[in-house]
Design a protein around this ligand. Sequence first.
Ligand SMILES: Cc1cc2nc3c(=O)[nH]c(=O)nc-3n(C[C@H](O)[C@H](O)[C@H](O)COP(=O)(O)OP(=O)(O)OC[C@H]3O[C@@H](n4cnc5c(N)ncnc54)[C@H](O)[C@@H]3O)c2cc1C
Length: 483
Amino acid sequence: MVLANNYDVIIIGSGPGGYVTAIRSAQLGLKTAIVEREHLGGICLNWGCIPTKALLRSAEIFHYGQHAKDYGLTIEGKISADIKAVVQRSRGVSARLNAGIGFLMKKNKVDVIWGEAKLSKPGEIVVTKTSKKPMEPQNPVPKNAQGEGTYTAKHIILATGARPRALPGIEPDGKLIWTYFEAMIPPEMPKSLVVMGSGAIGIEFASFYRTMGAEVTVVELLPNVMPVEDAEISAIARKQFEKQGMKIITEAKVTKVEKAANSITAHVETKDGKVEKITADRLISAVGVQGNIENLGLEALGVKTDRGCVVIDGYGRTNVPGIYAIGDVAGPPMLAHKAEHEGVICVEKIANVPGVHPMEKDKIPGCTYCHPQVASVGLTEAKAKEGGREIRVGRFQFAANGKAIALGEDQGLVKTIFDKKTGQLIGAHMVGAEVTELIQGFVVAMNLETTEEELMHTVFPHPTLSEMMKESVLDAYGRVLNA
Ligand SMILES: Cc1cc2nc3c(=O)[nH]c(=O)nc-3n(C[C@H](O)[C@H](O)[C@H](O)COP(=O)(O)OP(=O)(O)OC[C@H]3O[C@@H](n4cnc5c(N)ncnc54)[C@H](O)[C@@H]3O)c2cc1C
């Protein structure tokens, strides 16, 4: 393949934001190239969404194996986990999808330029040999990769993603203090772990390692685990985690980490000033991520950034004409589906597709694949009240749902929040089995600005977990049937 030098659209970064944007751009008839320095599919496919879900699936099956008796089944001998094989499966899932992106680029006639891109002037980038060492040689840059050179495009979209944030003095060292990279490929099963931070990434790893048998302590600065979630949902999830044997310390911070040859001691300071020393094999630092805005030439071109992210409008446009940003590098929520959607909006606006709507961040769902799962969209009860809205709240417990009981998953809650005056659904929050699949029903409803009346008129199949969604709506209006 011979690369061109001039394109309509060049996208820097091939994560879910970048590669989806490239496909849409090509579909719209724009001559498109994507630049990638490390691995097609970005963090999501290689080190984020996908490999964690593969690990969590192994943990889930391990859990069911251990509880086979509850389902009337006997497993001869002891079910045990081979962490190397678990990791290998997870890496295999990643590799398969990584190859799939290569195929999609070819199919859509998107040129892949390999190397590290930097904006040199408006409408121009320079690509140099990548300076970044890959974490593992599994999804390598192809042997026939082409890239180094100067390329021009009318529109340049930054989709460079994000990387782990580090706290001063507790910087990850790859050996005793892990980021999500090392936590994804443990060479052996740690017996004990401290997880610093209880956002989605921290809690998913805490859940994985606890289910696999490690002693896990989670330290969270704020009063609730998964602090962005509705407080009631967080509390139910926390209770379940603690029942599984996880130790959770909230309103506390790790102030110092002492390292020994093969263990760490974390100094955990609670809000009353007491310090507890916790010794564990490893510490996972999960205190958030920061945008990859460095070495892109942004300062020289005057592209505005704020707190480590590029500043954009609802269509991904920066303050400099012809330069756009989407996905993690353009700020929270740092989620793959936000990145994809933002990219599609951005390139459709570039192509003047009629009726393109700006990004509506309040309708982006969030899912955490811990056990039990957590999923939400829209306003929490606290946020709705803070905003001065009069609301109606509906709740339905998993314990009253036939399918949940049949599945042996009777712990959880579906909570819905409506605007009292208009009946509009403004928030939905769930904890329990499969809620990450259920939430999309409420996302569609919110997108269509659905009211309680339309939801009550909707027929939900029986027996399903989704029936709880309707029951929760009915409960908000004093009409619940099965509770
Ligand atoms: C452990 C973990 C679990 C997660 N789970 C989920 C989940 O379940 N659901 C969810 O929605 N989100 C999840 N996320 C978040 C998700 O991975 C990100 O939101 C998503 O990857 C962002 O996509 P992106 O396209 O903006 O950037 P990225 O996926 O980060 O991709 C950016 C790409 O740009 C490349 N790049 C950067 N700079 C340059 C340069 N100068 N030149 C060339 N290439 C460059 C990088 O190599 C990378 O491939 C998870 C993240 C982690 C870490």
